[in-house]
Design a protein around this ligand. Structure first.
Ligand code: GLA
Length: 653
């Protein structure tokens, strides 16, 4: 009797504790997949990222998860799991070859890695012991190239465990944090020099921030230009070739301020990098007139326009399928009236940009400008367009080869046509850097030129592009800018659905700081009607924007790269130096997953000699807009993982 009783207690105990010794299996698709990050598109259960049946190297699978690099998923298993099993591979739906690497991580260590997997490789088996692991992560990296075409499938992914069932843990690395203090004093922002061509239509919204009501007065404008206080914009006809200085005064209950701004009509356009918005990174081909209007309204109502943001640029997706019988390019039904849209944008004091390709079709397959260049330039001019992005794409079928004359030809041609219309049209070359475009983009009449392929909102993409820009540095000048592609902060998505940028808050500080240092055109890629205070803070720090808009027009160079810390410096017109200290950490994506709340600051010490300066240095933190102090010898900075400190440093006289 005694023995029987003891046995019954033992069995009940085992059942209750759930650790009966029997193994339980949970499929990853039974967990809350909302927390799984995907570098592009949406994760799907039982389907690929594009929503097709899961298929790897010709074989279809019933069960699994379709995702896209860079993909991350963190699971709390609490030391009670036995193993992770499944198959991995690139889905056959990828339209071009992509490469990825799958990894299983446990408590900050790589437990298993697939090695580089290419499209067409048969599904690879995963069996990883999870004994003693507290947190496990499933990671898909871009395999060392970029994330394009990286449709990645986890097949039959499952965790075998004994006691505690695995649960999902949030991946959020850090809450967004705002560094810049509110400033209620009046401040006149933006460039101190504006480029325009003689006798052309001129439009400029004077960027002034500070507590409302603000009184803004403009004096000393050249004849032909008038200031309208209602929308704070100057318009009219630009004066004859020369340099004209005018004064802006701004006043509110907190004080008054004045600034001199010069209009130059003798040195071309974009004398500082263009600041604006472009529809592509949020709306992709789903852009329409209402979205563009909403963007323009938001640029004003959010206050961005008060910090110098000016251009509202429509990317691909606006063009009608057919031209008129006279060959005139038309907008499609999503843009019922391009001229009144432009008029509306101008009425806000903003400028309007458009997109086309030198080939027969744009990248999105829409009507483009091949053999209609003059007609299209005239159409844009009639509509009042101020900026044209000209995207190579199908011109690849027209060009005889990739020689320099062939690469230059379509841009020379469009430049010639743009010169025949009496409008200031900024010319943006987009051909992803072919033939080292930075060496000749200015010569063919470009104001800016893309130096790289398309950016996405992943660390690998943003950092991969941004930190590789030293080579083009010496080619940046007022009127000629290297363009490392548009910004990926805020809500992006390439349309129609959007998601918050996958960059962590520190990575977003890095992105804006680096692009500011690089004197890059800054084109906001998010839905400006949905910006949170963090995103707005990133885009409205005037001391950061001042670094970007500095009239000297120098692009930063990397001056050191050691142990994951990179230092970039940009000489500024007042003799000071903008200095970015970046903490890149290691590059395997492991640290981008928050395992614990471990401190992630890296101490960096810097001296005048490191910066090729002498004597005492005055150091100011641009994001915090505060003086750090004066230093003899060296000073120390604390740089967050994947983050930055951005300083303005001047020798003390
Ligand atoms: C290319 C460009 C992008 C965007 C799309 C539009 O990919 O690089 O910036 O303009 O085309 O189709």
């Amino acid at each position: 009797m005694k023995i029987k009783m003891g046995f019954a207690i033992l069995v009940a105990g085992l059942l209750l504790s759930g650790c009966s010794g029997s193994k339980n299996v949970i499929y990853v698709d039974q967990l809350d997949l909302k927390q799984m990050e995907s570098g592009w598109g949406q994760n799907h259960i039982g389907k690929s990222v594009d929503g097709n049946p899961l298929k790897i190297a010709g074989k279809t699978f019933e069960r699994g998860i379709g995702t896209h690099a860079v993909s991350k998923f963190l699971v709390k298993i609490g030391g009670s799991a036995e193993s992770f099993d499944g198959l991995v591979g690139i889905d056959d739906e990828s339209s071009k070859p992509g490469t990825v690497e799958f990894m299983i991580l446990g408590d900050r260590k790589v437990l298993w890695r697939s090695g580089i997997i290419k499209k067409g490789d048969i599904a690879k088996e995963v069996h990883v012991s999870l004994k003693g692991v507290d947190k496990m992560a499933m990671l898909v990296t871009d395999g060392g190239d970029d994330i394009n075409y990286d449709h990645a499938d986890w097949i039959n992914a499952r965790i075998t465990y004994r006691d505690i069932a695995p649960t999902v843990t949030s991946l959020v690395q850090k809450e967004p944090y705002v560094l810049t203090p509110q400033n209620s004093k009046p401040r006149i922002n933006g460039a101190s020099i504006i480029g325009a061509k003689p006798h052309h239509d001129f439009i400029f919204r004077v960027p002034v921030s500070g507590k409302a009501p603000l009184k803004v007065v403009v004096s000393g404008l050249p004849t032909g230009l008038v200031f309208d206080a209602k929308n704070r914009s100057i318009s009219g006809k630009a004066p004859a070739s020369g340099v004209y200085e005018f004064t802006v005064n701004a006043e509110n209950s907190e004080g008054s301020v004045s600034k001199k701004i010069a209009i130059r009509t003798d040195n071309g356009l974009s004398l500082t990098p263009p600041l604006g918005w472009n529809s592509w990174n949020c709306w992709g081909l789903s852009v329409d007139q209402n979205k563009v209007k909403a963007a323009a309204d938001a640029m004003v109502s959010s206050g961005l326009a008060d910090h110098g943001w000016t251009y509202i640029n429509i990317d691909d997706g606006w063009e009608a399928a057919e031209r008129t019988k006279d060959g005139v390019l038309l907008a499609n039904e999503k843009f019922p009236d391009m001229k009144s849209l432009t008029d509306y944008i101008h009425s806000l004091g903003l400028r309007m940009g458009i997109y086309s390709s030198p080939g027969p079709k744009t990248c999105g397959g829409f009507q483009a400008s091949y053999q209609n260049e003059l007609s299209d330039a005239r159409t844009w001019s009639k509509w009042g367009i101020d900026y044209v992005k000209y995207d190579w794409c199908s011109y690849g079928q027209i060009a005889k080869d990739q020689s320099l004359p062939e690469l230059k030809k379509p841009y020379q041609l469009m430049r010639k046509m743009l010169n025949q219309v009496d409008r200031d049209i900024v010319f943006s070359l987009c051909q992803y850097g072919m033939g080292n475009v930075w060496e000749w983009g200015g010569e063919v009449g470009g104001n800016l030129w893309r130096t790289t392929g398309d950016i996405t909102d992943s660390w690998n993409s943003m950092a991969g592009i941004g930190f590789a820009q030293s080579k083009s540095s010496s080619f940046a000048h007022p009127g000629n800018w290297n363009d490392p592609d548009m910004l990926v902060v805020g809500k992006v998505g390439w349309g129609p659905s959007l998601h918050p940028s996958h960059l962590t808050p520190d990575e977003q500080y890095t992105h804006i700081s680096l692009w500011a240092l690089l004197a890059s055109p800054l084109l906001i890629g998010c839905d400006m009607t949905q910006m949170d205070p963090f995103t707005l803070n990133l885009l409205t720090n005037d001391e950061v924007l001042e670094i970007n808009q500095d009239p000297l027009g120098k692009q930063a160079k990397q001056i050191s790269n050691k142990d994951g810390i990179q230092i970039w410096t940009k000489p500024l017109s007042d003799g000071s130096l903008a200095v970015g200290i970046f903490n890149l950490g290691s590059d395997n994506g492991i640290e981008t997953i928050r395992w614990d709340d471990q401190p992630n600051l890296q101490k960096v010490s810097l001296s005048a000699t490191d910066l090729a300066l002498t004597g005492k240095l005055k150091v100011r933190d641009a994001w915090r807009q505060s003086d750090i102090g004066e230093f003899d010898g060296s000073f120390e900075a604390q740089v967050p993982f994947h983050g930055v400190v951005l300083y303005r440093i001047s020798p003390v006289k």
